[in-house]
Design a protein around this ligand. Sequence first.
Ligand code: GLC
Length: 495
Amino acid sequence: MGKSGKSKKKKLKVLIAASECAPFVKVGGLADVVGSLPKALEKINVDVRVVIPYYKEVQSSKFKVQSCNSKFKVKFGRAEEVGVYESRLPGSEVPIYFLENQKYLSGGGVYFSKDAFVSSQEEIRRFAFFSKAVVEFIKVSERKPDVVHCNDWHTGLVPGLIKSSKLGHSATVFTIHNLANQGFAELSILKNLNSITPESELIRWDAEDDNLDLMLQGVTAADVVSTVSPSYAKEILTPEFGEGLHQVLKAREARLFGILNGIDYQIWNPEMDQKIEFNYGLKEGPAGKVGNKIYLQKELGLTVNPEVPLIGVVTRLAEQKGIDILLEALKGILAFGAQLVILGVGDPKIEKELRIKNEELREKGSFKAIIRFDEELAHRIYAASDLFLMPSKFEPCGLVQIIAMRYGALPIVRETGGLKDTVEDAKTGFVFREYSAEALLEVVERAAGRFGVENIEFRQMISRAMQADFSWERSAGEYLQLYQRALEYKNLQSA
Ligand code: GLC
């Protein structure tokens, strides 16, 4: 029941399936994409809806979610009942559906392990069940989507399940947000997936190494595959970034596209942001940030001094994010007279190392790691920081460097994936190539050397960064083309 209905052209119906969607439930950047891309698609007249599991966390949240009074059965070993709940993406009319099942979807946390790259079989079963439930949900819905847009391994079984079901009308798009996490299922799961036939050639081939790779299933079964930046789309065709799937991806190269993520500029706007102490915009530039910087220095117990460069880091604490070289370079960075603030949670080993650093460096007043998930503090860090560090080993897109630019914190990034596609060296930030503590130190020295609220070059860079446009409006049109492509491919196949 979209409100427009004005256009004569038939609206394309899209269902986006994923494991997370902000603001309802967020662990990483995937949630931001699933929570904001649909709003931009709605604006270009796509009838778009979202479906995610009805986690306990969502049930006990402040969001208003209503029962649709509809239930259906999913055969997963035994027949399981699934309930449907509904809400809207805040600030839009986009419907979001939540699928509820106590046994598989609605107990425990969102993911079951803290290590983002090793999924337990419990977690795999959750999302295999979810994938099957999504397909059954489509079957019982009146509205049949033209395109089902799946995201990461959690929904990797959906394209194959759609093909082997009677849902011939839906084309499928599979988006890779992070190839490093693929979801390896024990083969015993096959007995629960009876509509994906174990005789299928693809399944047999995948199963040769005694597991099913749910990411691989999505990549091979979808009509069209995409990833979240043009550079990462090229990188994953190489052994270095392909995580064992580069040859499979190469074979599908003609159907593989890279579309850069955007951010929601309604949420990320330093002029209006309620979560920061002092609002500012392009007009004020770096001067507008000083109050926020002093506020954060006080809040975190750092030496209060607006004259020293403050470097922010907001990240998942995972190997991917380059925390190892950051820790190696830490003392050197502080020796330049800079302050460094890290906010994040993740790998317990990294969390522990950061706690030790907090102790070691307590007296200095120039370093603070805050080990928790804190969206509000993240806003204050973007607003306060002069520089923003992201030394990732690999980065499919990365959103925080884009947010940092909007807040006039110049990103220091490694030249990889989406970082390479969004930050221009010496124009909107600082870019380094080699993955090493030495290269990192060199670039931080270069950036800290430029710092100075009165420095004209620095001010110009900030102004350019704040004006860079990475809104979803840019990329939503590309997704629409991708959906149309998927339909063409599907029609070719069924012709
Ligand atoms: C994953 C990737 C990140 C990307 C995000 C959203 O978290 O690691 O680079 O921005 O997904 O697509």
